[in-house]
Design a protein around this ligand. Sequence first.
Ligand code: DAH
Length: 345
Amino acid sequence: MKEQLEKIYSDAIKDIENASTVKDLEEVKGKYLSRKGEFNEIKKGLKDLSPEDKRIVGSLANEITQKLESSISEKFHTLYEAELNKKLERERIDVTLPGQFIPKGHVHPLTSTTNEIVSIFQSLGFSVAPFSDSPEVETEYFNFDMLNVPKDHPARDMQDTFYTNAGENVVLRSQTSGAQIHVMENQKPPIRIIAPGRVYRNENINSRKNNFFHQIEGLYVDKDITFGDLKGVLNEFIRIYFGASRPTRFRNSFFPFTEPSAEVDVQCIMCEGKGCRTCSGTGWLEVLGCGMVDPNVLKGVGIDPDVYSGFAFGMGVERLAMLKYAVDDIRLFFNNDVRFLEQFK
Ligand code: DAH
């Protein structure tokens, strides 16, 4: 047994010497020193020896085990250090190299334009209507009926308005004006709100028209509101948005829900009023529709038109952004081409 032990010891020492990686060494350790290793097999035989032999062989076995353990741990440190150094060499980091920057995003130009318009009206005392008063999916009741739009008005035609299969009268709103009705049904005057949001129209898409776009609706209802108030607020808005030097004009118009109605033009930003392709030679560009809330609309929501009056307005966000930044194709806002979007950082 003694010879056997010594033979195993000398084999083990050779194996340790030959191990060239930490992994090899772990295998050697397993082969000799684990529970199923060669030493344990021998130790199992100890019980058959005389007490005297047991003591001698036992202590020899322990001595050899200890020697092996320390040889293995010595070799382990050498190999481990060598491997670590190799790895560090391979993965060397140059701390003086410049870092890689993750490009920072920014808001979409339609969002920043909306935010800008909203904050101008907030500075004039308007607040944003509750989201629930301005849904994108509407019934004809809010989108047309209560806004005094006749049953046979061409805007109601399927060619112009998207009807849904959610119910006979359920449409994707074609204008944000329905928000006026929601707000007046839910609030008592004085009312001074704006309602930004997306609208849908069944259009043939081209550089000036998309089948969805964004509007900002405004409504002011109180006692003694006049057309003078309307002009004052909208002129002030345009002065802030386009700059004080841009002339504006109010032009007669018609909307079923306002009486009288007007459209507001600003002097063409391309030709400064001389007349060009953008303004079809007129020197003016239309920026919004407005008017005094029709007494029929007020009556419909239970507001007495003999006591209260108000004005309303609606503007297209894309149009206002196109005019300010000289964008000539509405589709650019929706293609998500970063070369376009990056310019609005
Ligand atoms: N809803 C109109 C449109 O989509 C815009 C508009 C005009 C809104 C006059 C108004 C208004 O509130 O008073 O063309």
